[in-house]
Design a protein around this ligand. Structure first.
Ligand code: HAM
Length: 414
């Protein structure tokens, strides 16, 4: 047997119900906010992520599945959804359409990370992106969508909010960070020594113990915001307060992707151990320009579906089928096959025997499927054109004309 790749997971038929439920909650919430689905390719030119996600991020430097295709082009399995949506927006000329542009996606994404609980190499995200609005109301709307989605999925997670300002605020802040971290570099990890040169902001979310310890004494970005960025951040908080969405300002939230500016946020859960972020996002006002668009402000988020499913735990799926039709002999089996087709045409999920099993074994199978009703056909039923429809839970039975079965099941579907 050739085993599955490390960090990948099969979703078996018994588990797909939980996925479908979560995905339909995502779709329903996105719809309420006027977001429509966008689908972009699973692989893109490597350059898109290098330029989009940023060449100082761990994702681009260490985690991408990159390969040359047969034409010698360097392509990459998407490590996230934002860059692809931005490309699609620009390439399809949607900047000329009505703004704001609002789109959501449910995708698989790929990162070459060390697998552990809640961290996979192929994982799934529900994400939403909003382009064209600079107003703090846009940040708040995206956060409200995220918050309502989590609420609908009965996920308890707390919102951590921060602003990392614009390029001008960050220039001053980065200088202050370098000054603070410089004397500590020898005790910090090798990655942080590289980050010190390339992107000191990332030193704030290093998971290494020695580095994390230094974080608390570091200067805070919120003390370095310019007037515009400060007013924007206050605006976002005001909208969230107004909407009754609770948050904690956490100056350590800097995010691992390079494209962010101003608002950044994470919804975290205590129940998840090390991989505590279930949903994360922020504003990225300069990304679209990098994709050769005219300047277009943008804000969005993505949630990790595996992590949400871990938090939701097992749920009992509904019965697979409404009705099982058993046949006692060859003629009844044939009739069962035809009746099942009739019921399916009327929208009633049902099954009939395909294994030529004994009646007892057929009923055991029906039980296993958790069929709501069962019908047993034999010589008598065929002659009378009537059969007992048995409720599998209560064992109550009703005699029903075989031609009226579809009608009988109207309103009785599983
Ligand atoms: P991210 O923080 O890299 O942001 O990922 C968002 C969420 O995806 C995480 O909070 C986590 O729940 C899930 N996730 C990430 N990596 C893994 C993994 N290896 N295994 C399982 N789950 C994972 C982004 O991807 C941005 N594109 C979000 C965004 C959209 N910002 C603006 N718009």
């Amino acid at each position: 047997m050739i085993p599955i790749q490390k960090g990948c997971k099969d979703v078996l038929p018994a588990q797909s119900y939980a996925w479908q439920t979560l995905e339909s909650l995502a779709r329903r919430t996105a719809k309420k906010y006027g977001f429509r689905e966008i689908r972009t390719p699973m692989f893109e030119a490597t350059e898109l992520f290098a330029r989009g996600v940023g060449d100082t991020s761990d994702i681009v430097t260490k985690e991408m599945y990159t390969f040359n295709d047969k034409g010698g082009r360097s392509v990459t399995l998407r490590p996230e959804g934002t860059a692809g949506v931005a490309r699609a927006f620009v390439e399809n000329g949607l900047q000329g359409d009505v703004l704001p542009f609002k789109a959501y996606y449910i995708i698989s994404a790929f990162r070459y990370e060390r697998p552990q609980a809640g961290r996979l190499r192929e994982f799934h995200q529900f994400g939403a992106e909003l382009y064209g609005a600079e107003s703090p109301a846009a940040d708040a709307e995206v956060i409200a969508l995220a918050s309502n989605f989590l609420k609908s999925a009965k996920i308890k997670a707390s919102l951590r909010l921060n602003s990392i300002g614009c390029a001008a605020c960050r220039e001053k802040y980065v200088a202050a960070l370098r000054e603070y971290f410089k004397p500590h570099l020898p005790e910090m990890c090798r990655d942080c020594n590289v980050r010190f040169e390339k992107n000191p902001l990332r030193m704030l979310d290093c998971k290494e113990e020695a580095c994390a310890r230094l974080r608390d004494g570091a200067p805070r970005i919120t003390d370095y915001l310019c007037d515009d960025c400060r007013a924007h951040f206050e605006g976002v908080k005001e909208y969230l307060d107004g909407a009754g969405i609770a948050y904690t300002v956490d100056p350590r939230i800097v995010r691992g992707l390079d494209y962010y500016s101003r608002t950044v946020f994470e919804f975290v859960s205590d129940a998840l151990g090390a991989q505590s972020a279930v949903l994360a996002g922020g504003r990225y006002d300069t990304l679209l320009e990098k994709m050769d668009s005219k300047p277009t402000p943008a804000v969005g988020f993505a949630a990790g579906l595996e992590r949400l499913l871990m938090l939701r735990g097992e749920s009992t799926p509904p019965p697979h089928i409404t009705c099982y039709i058993a046949g006692m002999d060859a003629a009844s089996r044939k009739k069962a096959f035809l009746l099942a087709e009739e019921l399916r045409a009327a929208g009633v999920p049902c099954e009939a025997d395909l294994m030529e099993r004994s009646l007892k074994a057929q009923m055991r199978y029906a039980d296993k499927l958790r069929a709501k009703y069962a019908i047993v056909l034999g010589e008598r039923e065929l002659a009378e054109e009537e059969a007992d429809v048995k409720n599998m839970k209560t064992s109550a039975a009703e005699r029903v004309n075989l031609r009226k079965l579809a009608q009988y099941f109207k309103g009785r579907k599983a």
